[in-house]
Design a protein around this ligand. Structure first.
Ligand SMILES: NC(=O)c1ccc[n+]([C@@H]2O[C@H](COP(=O)([O-])OP(=O)(O)OC[C@H]3O[C@@H](n4cnc5c(N)ncnc54)[C@H](OP(=O)(O)O)[C@@H]3O)[C@@H](O)[C@H]2O)c1
Length: 328
């Protein structure tokens, strides 16, 4: 696996990141351990989890699975979503971040977190409070770098400006949803990250599994899948609109043409987009991991890239269309 710089930092991460959201959920502990071991054997060094995944169990499994290999791994986790019922058990306040980082360090069984990410914009907390707290954590050695996830472009641009103004540690990465199905970040976030040198770490690069082709038009969602087993299947089905089916068809056709699997085609498309650092893999089994590991190390030809690009076209809207026209 190739290594890529984590934005403008001095460290390098594998071009695929292993997501641990399935650990303690679809994947039991032995399976999670085997997935992590295989990922590291394949040259991966970048692992992403969060305090809220499986109510902390994902971090605990990750901590135990890493064990003596901790030093070789770039370990990312997150804070912001509710960790308890209280009004202050949520958000990116100084209080919640402080409690959150200590709890994550304990569960991960480590002295430091390499990339500590704010899981989502928090409209209630002043940005200065969040960024100065993160800056303190870096200076205390609990955290090496800080990142953002699920921010709008103006949030991120304001956060970068605020950090610059005060000389605080800036966000070095953004973790947004990005796949052939969800391309919204191409409007503003991706150009912003490219311009400011932030690493981009796409989540749900397979659209939660839709792009593997396992769901079929006019058929029930199969059990044993995220869609079929969802507590809210209607929410999942909502994503399966005409555009999504068009994309699934296009991915299937490119897969048939190239001899790759649908998952490999969809992941390769994301991994090769300009400005992308490392898509985050989500897998429940070693078979899925094996399939997805083979998504890099090759490139789709231009015709196939174009077929996927146009099948997944989406309305840019104002002012993006206007600006593109004016600058043509
Ligand atoms: N920052 C955020 O807000 C946020 C949100 C979500 C995720 N994430 C991060 O991103 C990571 C990946 O997200 P994701 O799990 O949604 O990614 P995804 O790649 O879009 O979906 C992964 C799911 O697709 C199915 N799958 C994966 N590979 C497959 C294969 N080769 N063949 C058949 N099915 C396959 C599996 O589900 P089934 O087997 O159940 O069908 C798997 O759990 C997470 O682990 C987490 O670290 C972050």
């Amino acid at each position: 696996m190739e290594l890529r710089p984590l934005g403008r930092t001095g460290i390098r991460v594998s071009e695929l990141c292993l997501g641990a959201m399935t650990f303690g959920r679809e994947a039991d502990e032995p399976t999670s351990q085997a997935i992590l071991d295989r990922f590291l054997d394949a040259g991966g060094n970048f692992v992403d989890t969060a305090d809220v995944y499986s109510d902390g169990v994902s971090e605990e499994i990750t901590g135990r699975a890493l064990g003596a290999k901790r030093d070789a791994i770039v370990l990312a986790t997150k804070v912001r979503f509710p960790t308890g019922p209280g009004p202050n058990d949520v958000g990116s306040s100084r209080r919640h971040i402080r409690l959150g980082v200590e709890a994550s360090l304990r569960r991960l069984n480590t002295e430091w977190i390499d990339l500590y990410q704010v899981h989502c914009w928090d409209a209630r907390t002043p940005l200065e409070e969040t960024i100065s707290t993160l800056d303190d954590l870096v200076h205390e050695g609990k955290v090496r770098y800080v990142g953002a996830s699920n921010f709008a472009a103006w949030h991120l641009a304001t956060a970068l400006g605020t950090a610059e103004l005060h000389g605080w540690e800036p966000f070095v990465s953004l973790q947004p949803e990005y796949s052939l199905i969800t391309r919204d970040i191409e409007r503003e976030l991706l150009p912003l990250c490219r311009a400011r040198g932030l690493a981009v770490l796409p989540w749900s690069p397979l659209g939660g599994g839709i792009l593997t082709g396992k769901y079929r038009r006019n058929e029930d969602l199969p059990t044993g899948t995220r869609g079929g087993d969802s507590d809210e299947p209607i929410t999942f089905t909502y994503r399966l609109d005409d555009r999504a089916w068009r994309i699934v068809d296009a991915v299937g056709k490119v897969a048939a043409d190239t001899g790759k699997t649908a998952a490999q085609v969809a992941l390769n498309w994301v991994a090769c987009r300009s400005g992308i650092t490392a898509p985050i893999l989500g897998v429940r089994s070693l078979d899925q991991l094996e399939d997805n590991l083979a998504a890099v190390g090759w490139e789709l030809d231009e015709d196939h890239r174009n077929a996927l690009f146009w099948a997944s076209a989406f309305p840019r809207g104002y002012p993006y269309d206007f600006i593109e026209y004016a600058n043509h």
